[in-house]
Design a protein around this ligand. Structure first.
Ligand code: PEP
Ligand code: MG
Length: 542
């Protein structure tokens, strides 16, 4: 038995036989071209054929996977028709007087390197796209049939790396897992695998090669390991674990589409918290009824400078579209305290948790706030979007934030930019002041969502970053529960909903209490949705 370890790409366990996918390598050596025009014509015809294939694949992906994955093929078609890419091929053919295959291959190397030299991981991962489209072009030029996998029984698909178009062509019923010697947890194979719940391990190294074809193996997605030719004991151990995993999954999957209702018919909505638009897939896969907290600061923390309106718009739109009409609550920027982005140039603070953070920054630097609100409102034209302000302590803060939002709307209207007129503006209840003032705040906010992480820190005067506080941090402290109850009572007095989006929402010891308080929605990490639904459906409240 040999154990290879790699990068975690998608959780889950698989036992089976490896099917190593090997591409037919196109001949890309340079040959002198007798007729340069002919080579240029060949490229032109090949591009047209490749674009046709991509359109076909887009159709398949749209049907099998969804808009997002299908969009990749559009991007590929755009890459093929990109002028810089095409000019590079043309120039190599005309200047070096060589064959089309060589020019395409050289162009692929240049462009892939350009992406690999970029700083951000997701841009680096685009190198695989360039290679993918170029490979397609080469296959067309050489008359190779598109990459297809034929195997009777479900197998563990192994490869150096898999391109998006290769992945989409695979028959899902025949795939037990993906293992790749290259790639990363950011690669398309990893993303596809996660979206479809297929175990996957990337970057297993050169030991995973063609010689592994036909060998028995165990894939441990969570542990990012591949057990090659496992002994009996190992097989038994993992078969047992997989059995338990499958039973648990099936049990939870059976709850998809069912209401989160107690035995005595008390219903509560279960939403998911996400930190990037891609995570909406996990929310959907786990049957979240909406996004209760989209932490928008990821977009600021990943940037080297203030993210532009367009970039933000695309991210929010993506999340809104993915959720297909389900509510997506986008929390406005919550930078400050433990989440620092250097380019904000915030002054050093003695007590950053009590300093300029969240909405306080937005009201102090309205230009940043306006850019974000414009992006969110524009995205609201593409789904069911709501906005939520963090760190509210006073009524005037909510009023000022709403006033800026109104200005943004009228500006968009004047510019004839589409946005939805029905975007609820809610607040987080995460300061004791907001909970105490919740009667007044409720009259002017469209909804409440309790951020118990901060509400605990501010109520108990206990720094959430400080591990040493131990027993002094009681997340179920009566003071906290009283504030929650007060906020729920005040919300309902004027008929607005209240949810919980802090970690406490997933605390099963308190689910009953929350339902009794009349909390309308709990927003928890995506994998916690179905287990919580199971818990709710098995309990009685009264
Ligand atoms: C909270 O404070 O409970 C919350 C959900 O927000 P964050 O954890 O992002 O501060
Ligand atoms: Mg908070």
């Amino acid at each position: 038995m040999k154990i290879l370890s790699g990068q975690k790409a998608s959780p889950g366990i698989a036992l089976g036989v490896i099917h190593y996918l090997k591409r037919r390598k196109p001949d890309v050596t340079a040959h002198p071209a007798d007729d340069v025009q002919r080579e240029l014509d060949r490229v032109e015809a090949a591009v047209q054929e490749a674009v046709r294939q991509l359109e076909e694949l887009r159709g398949i992906a749209l049907e099998k996977m969804g808009k997002d994955e299908a969009g990749l093929f559009e991007v590929h078609a755009m890459m093929l028709t990109d002028l810089d890419y095409r000019d590079s091929i043309t120039n190599i053919i005309t200047e070096e007087k060589v064959n089309a295959e060589y020019a395409v291959s050289k162009t692929a190397d240049i462009f892939a390197q350009m992406f690999l030299d970029m700083e951000k991981d997701y841009m680096k991962a685009r190198a695989a796209d360039v290679r993918d489209v170029s490979g397609r072009l080469l296959d067309v030029l050489q008359g190779n049939t598109p990459f297809l996998i034929s195997s009777e029984k479900p197998v563990i698909i192994a490869a150096k790396d898999l391109s998006p178009s290769e992945t989409v062509q695979l028959d899902k019923d025949k795939i037990l897992a993906f293992v790749t010697s290259g790639g990363s947890n950011n690669s398309h194979t990893a993303i596809f695998a996660r979206n479809r719940g297929i175990p996957a391990v990337a970057a297993l190294g050169a030991a995973l090669d063609e010689t592994c074809n036909g060998k028995e193996a165990v894939v441990d997605g969570e542990g990012a390991a591949l057990y090659l030719e496992p002994d009996r004991e190992t097989v038994e151990k993992w078969a047992q674990r997989r059995g338990a995993e499958q039973r648990e999954k099936a049990e939870l999957a059976a709850l998809i589409g069912l209401p989160s209702k107690t035995l005595d018919n008390r219903e509560i909505k279960l939403f998911a918290n996400i930190g990037s638009p891609g995570e909406a897939d996990a929310a959907l896969a786990n049957d979240a009824e909406g996004i209760g907290l989209f932490r928008s600061e990821f977009i600021y923390l990943e940037s080297k400078n203030f993210p532009a309106e367009e970039e933000q718009y695309r991210a929010y739109k993506k999340a809104a579209e993915k959720m297909q009409g389900k509510r997506v609550i986008i929390r406005t920027l919550d930078i400050g305290a433990d989440k620092q982005a250097g380019y904000f140039g915030l002054p050093h603070e003695e007590n950053p948790a009590l300093g300029l953070r969240g909405l306080r920054i937005c009201l102090t630097r309205p230009e940043i706030f306006i850019t974000q609100l414009r992006a969110i409102y524009r995205a609201s034209a593409h789904g069911n979007v709501a906005v939520m302000f963090p760190m509210v302590a006073s009524l005037w803060e909510l009023r000022e934030a709403k006033e800026i939002a109104a200005q943004v709307r009228s500006r968009l209207k004047a510019e004839q930019v589409p946005y939805s007129e029905r975007v609820p503006l809610g607040i987080m209840i995460e300061t004791p002041a907001a909970a105490m003032m919740s009667d007044e705040l409720a009259k002017e906010a469209d909804f409440f969502s309790v951020g118990t992480n901060d509400l605990t820190q501010y109520t108990l005067a206990a720094d959430r970053q400080n591990n040493a506080l131990g027993r002094f941090v009681d997340t179920r402290h009566p003071a906290l529960l009283r504030l929650l109850e007060l906020a729920a009572k005040n919300a309902h007095a004027v008929g607005i909903p209240i949810g919980i989006c802090g970690e406490l929402g997933a605390d099963r010891e308190l689910t009953q209490t929350f339902i009794r308080m009349g909390i309308d929605e709990l927003s928890v990490p995506p994998p916690a949705v179905l287990p919580l639904r199971k818990h709710i459906r098995g309990m009685k409240v009264d």
